[in-house]
Write a protein that binds this ligand. Structure first.
Ligand SMILES: C=C(OP(=O)(O)O)C(=O)O
Ligand SMILES: [Mg+2]
Length: 445
């Protein structure tokens, strides 16, 4: 291990996958090691998450990031230079104290997360280890179950369909690489079907197809048929994972579905999703209800939590206290972990650990605005999260992460273990796949 004293911190303006400026932080240590990281950015943000500092105010202000860069190059650099990069907890505590606001309004969530992750990279480099191994120590790790988008919707595709992410999970695969291979086959089969049906309009923000479906159910039907087209068994080999992102169209117990031109109350929303669970091989649902509908979440989880993963994203905003509260009230059984939602690496890790303590599924996740930064691939493996949600094949900022996991898997050789079904917080035999073959039969002309 070389000298891990921080001697330089530099903030740089780079660009994200939506053509928006973002922040890269680069940390140099006395022993010569360095690390850098780029802040991602969300589009369907939870109201409780850390806010990016954009010129003129928070994420909801201007577009540019000069103020966040200035925060890195002046206040943050002054505070961190001389500190030990090997003590991530102390670095992150210093960042939190220096900002002094619950949502990182002063220095910016973007400045803070880029710095926190860059320090982590520098410490791993100084130890001469890949980041995932630096995090895991000598502990066992599993390759994560990939959650890959096939169609985009909601805020990621101009609300062309209400549901934000239609994804595939292949927990029956023997390895991460096999799961990704099966998913790629489904992706191509879905694209071919959409093209044939005149429903393909392009690529959404996370690399899934930008669809021209007439209903949310048409998207689900297409997904089931695409799985079957590849020879995989829907519900057995490959299942569906949805991010409803209901906070985007629901408030105070009223949910307005643009595609169906109707407004549902909480009970009706639960009934609609329950109908989908009964009919389609769905393994996971994220944000089925809005972030202000904790009672609805609890009701949904009480009814379906034994046969489906129910993920809190906007509800939990990668916050350990919120995860503990959700466990106590049984309002979800899984937590999405987005480092920039929390602000620092340590806070994101605390949220993941709170999830593990509660027996929750834990899913490390990208944002819809991304870059070539692959930190989350290492976090998913090094923290043994079990699951990773990134986006899809048509965009290289997504594939950078998936390909990084492939490299990690290869480096482990025969000792690489795949999380598969063990990543999900319910028994496989209880999954809602009963009607999957019936659904295919009904859909096949
Ligand atoms: C990745 C997501 O979206 P965004 O980054 O736009 O908040 C999500 O909602 O899970
Ligand atoms: Mg989400």
């Amino acid at each position: 291990m070389t000298d891990t004293t921080i001697i330089r911190l530099h903030g740089r303006r780079v660009w994200d996958s939506r053509g928006r400026p973002t922040v890269e932080a680069e940390v140099t240590l006395a022993g010569g090691a360095s690390g850098r990281a780029i802040a991602p950015a969300g589009a369907s943000t939870g109201s409780g998450e850390a806010l990016d500092l954009r010129d003129g105010g928070s994420s909801f202000g201007g577009l540019d990031v000069h103020q966040a860069l200035a925060a890195i190059n002046h206040d943050i650099a002054a505070a961190l230079i001389g500190m030990n990069a090997g003590d991530q907890g102390a670095i992150d505590a210093r960042l939190v104290a220096l900002d002094g606001t619950p949502q990182r309004r002063r220095l910016g969530g973007n400045a803070i997360v880029a710095t926190s992750m860059a320090v982590l990279h520098a410490a791993a480099a100084a130890a001469g280890q890949p980041l995932w191994r630096h995090l895991a120590g000598s502990g066992p790790v599993r390759m994560p179950l990939p959650e890959v988008q096939i169609f985009g919707g909601g805020a990621h595709a101009a609300r062309r369909v209400d549901v934000q992410d239609f994804m595939i999970m292949c927990p029956a695969a023997a390895s991460f690489s096999e799961a990704l291979e099966w998913t790629a086959e489904v992706y191509r089969a879905a694209g071919a079907r959409m093209k044939q049906a005149g429903k393909l309009q392009g690529v959404a923000d996370e690399g899934g197809y930008w669809p021209a479906f007439d209903s949310n159910e048409q998207a689900l039907d297409t997904l089931v048929l695409a799985i079957a087209d590849t020879g995989l068994r829907p519900g057995t080999d490959a299942g569906i994972s949805l991010d409803i992102a209901a906070s985007e169209f629901g408030r105070e117990g009223r949910y307005t579905l643009a595609l169906d031109r109707r407004t549902l109350d909480t009970e009706q929303m639960i009934a609609m999703l329950g109908g989908w669970l009964d009919h389609y091989p769905i393994l996971s649902i994220e944000d089925p209800l809005a972030e202000d509908d904790a009672h609805g979440f609890a009701q949904f989880t009480a009814t379906y939590g034994r046969r489906c993963q129910i993920i809190g994203d906007d509800l939990l905003v990668t916050n350990a206290d919120r995860v503990a509260a959700a466990a106590a009230s049984a309002s979800a059984n899984a937590v999405l972990v987005k480092p920039n939602q929390a602000g620092t690496v340590s806070e994101a890790h605390a949220a993941l650990l709170a999830g593990k303590r509660a027996g929750f599924g834990t899913i490390v996740s990208a944002r819809s605005g991304e870059s070539e930064d692959v930190t989350i691939a290492h976090l998913a493996v090094g923290w043994d999260a079990g699951q990773l949600k990134v986006g899809s094949f048509a965009r290289s900022e997504r594939m950078a992460k998936w390909n990084e996991v492939l490299r990690i898997e290869e480096s482990l050789g025969k000792s690489a273990r795949f999380s598969g079904w063990s990543a999900l917080p319910f028994q496989p035999q209880a999954r809602s796949a009963g009607s999957a073959s019936q659904a295919v039969k009904e859909l096949t002309p």
